[in-house]
Design a protein around this ligand. Structure first.
Ligand code: FAD
Length: 433
């Protein structure tokens, strides 16, 4: 009798999904114990916390991007390119939308894939909270394509700046002073100096006017007040105008209309005011959802209504026994991938599950080359430690290195690190095309 291998399908090859596919590929796929399939709508993986650096042109995507097909071949899983658009929980199948090329020509028809265990790891998207005009007029840092689109338009704007006269300014408005908005502003300020060095513009730093709008009472409102104070001071030093307790009513092609009636004119606008899971999940299946569309999961990371479906990363809503809601962060996705791997393997063998334990190793905000501030060990000790400078920067970078180790192993991560250092000697410090 032919024994069929169980099929594990992971939808979303991001911070959590790619780590999980790699681990299950090594443990089950390579040994023929299961068929592990990763589905993503993109051909290449880029670690999302690097997107603001891609948008500002300070990151080399050719070095940090990972081709799913090549990675799958080396790590014992299969990759299927496509966007999940449907789920049949009774039949245990998912549907992928028809695949088209850039001109809209059909490449592949809609496809169904059967699963024994399904992992939803499709992350989150920007939340516009229903604000009119956001989708049409703002850049969103949701994907590599959007980050690259901003980068190309930034280069175009900088190229035009000198033509527009000696008093011309490039006005950039960023909505949302969470870690993403703050890091983006600092990176943009840094890149302006590079643009001048490379002769893209003759204008000095002060020709770039960055305004950061936040509805809450302080920058990085989710973090401790001491971190906010430090961040606000540093942004002020860079000349970035931070406006807290300022609500945006709508976005128009040439600027932001505030709830107060004031209009902020801007050449480029970025929306980074919060995240939610894409609305398509509302129609997807039988799930318990939060108001931001996250799927409620049990401690095992199985969805509360279907034991064959696991959910990890930003898409999962889990409240710890201590009452802490696990935040949508790369470190949460990383930790969930590891627990999900154990529990998927346990469920296939009929063994008991390991409860997910969230460890908050701290939160760090990286202000480009200027500084890094944050807190360490939020959950491990009763008191978290305020850190800044080189130690904080080292900890910040180590989160990405941990991701690289999880998907490439130690040797290749070391080789990539060496490659980055060499490339820095050869290539310009910003992408100029
Ligand atoms: C600019 C920026 C900076 C950030 N900085 C930090 C930081 O410093 N520290 C930190 O901890 N977190 C940070 N975050 C948050 C962090 O990136 C996310 O919490 C993390 O990436 C979530 O991981 P995930 O696996 O759930 O989803 P993601 O990493 O977002 O991956 C989701 C994947 O699913 C795919 N996908 C989506 N929908 C479908 C579909 N229908 N079908 C097929 N594929 C699909 C996408 O293409 C993507 O590859 C930052 C986020 C941004 C945007």
């Amino acid at each position: 009798m032919v024994q069929t291998r169980p099929i594990i399908v992971i939808v979303g090859g991001g911070a959590g999904g790619l780590e999980l596919a790699t681990d299950l590929g090594h443990r089950l796929g390579r040994k023929g114990r299961a068929q592990v399939i990763l589905v993503d709508r993109n051909r290449n993986h880029m670690w999302k916390p690097l997107l603001h650096e891609v948008a500002c042109g300070s990151l080399d995507t050719s070095l940090d991007g990972v081709s799913y097909s090549a990675h799958a071949m080396r790590h014992g899983y299969e990759f299927k390119l496509g966007e999940m658009c449907g789920l049949d929980q009774a039949e245990q199948t998912i549907t992928l939308a028809p695949l088209c090329d850039d001109d809209g020509n059909a490449l592949l028809p809609a496809r169904t894939i059967r699963y024994d265990r399904l992992v939803l790891a499709f992350g989150s998207v920007s939340n516009d909270f229903g604000t009119p005009g956001v989708r049409d007029n703002c850049y969103l840092l949701d994907s590599l394509e959007e980050a690259e689109l901003f980068q190309r338009n930034l280069i175009n704007q900088l190229t035009q700046l000198d033509q527009r006269g000696d008093d011309a300014e490039l006005r950039v408005a960023v909505v949302g002073a969470g870690a993403t908005g703050v890091e983006f502003c600092a990176e943009l300020h840094h890149v302006m100096a590079q643009a001048q060095n490379y002769g893209l513009t003759q204008r000095q730093h002060h020709a770039l006017k960055i305004i950061l709008i936040e509805a809450g009472p302080r920058a990085v409102p989710a973090l401790a007040a001491r971190i906010s104070t430090s961040v606000e001071k540093r942004l002020a030093k860079l000349g970035i105008d931070v406006r807290t307790q300022t609500a945006v009513a709508s976005v128009e092609p040439d600027g932001l209309l505030l709830a107060s009636g004031e209009k902020i004119i801007a050449d480029m606008m970025i929306w980074s005011a919060g995240v939610k899971v894409s609305d398509f999940v509302r129609e997807l299946g039988n799930f318990e959802l939060t108001p931001s569309n996250q799927i409620n999961v049990k401690a095992s990371l199985q969805s509360t209504r279907d034991d064959n479906i696991f959910v990890i990363g930003d898409a999962a809503a889990y409240i710890t026994p201590e009452g802490v809601r696990v935040p949508p962060r790369a470190q949460s996705a990383h930790q969930m991938a590891s627990t999900a791997s154990k529990n998927i393997r346990a469920s296939l063998r009929g063994r008991s599950m390991t409860p997910f334990v969230y460890r908050d190793y701290g939160s760090l905000v990286n202000l480009s080359r200027f500084s890094t501030v944050g807190s360490l060990m939020g959950n491990l000790s009763k008191h978290s430690w305020f850190v800044e400078g080189q130690i904080a920067r080292l900890m910040y970078v180590s989160l990405y290195r941990m991701h690289q180790v999880a998907i490439h192993g130690y040797a290749k991560t070391a080789a990539l690190w060496l490659g980055e250092r060499l490339m820095r000697m050869i290539r310009p410090k910003m992408k100029l095309h």
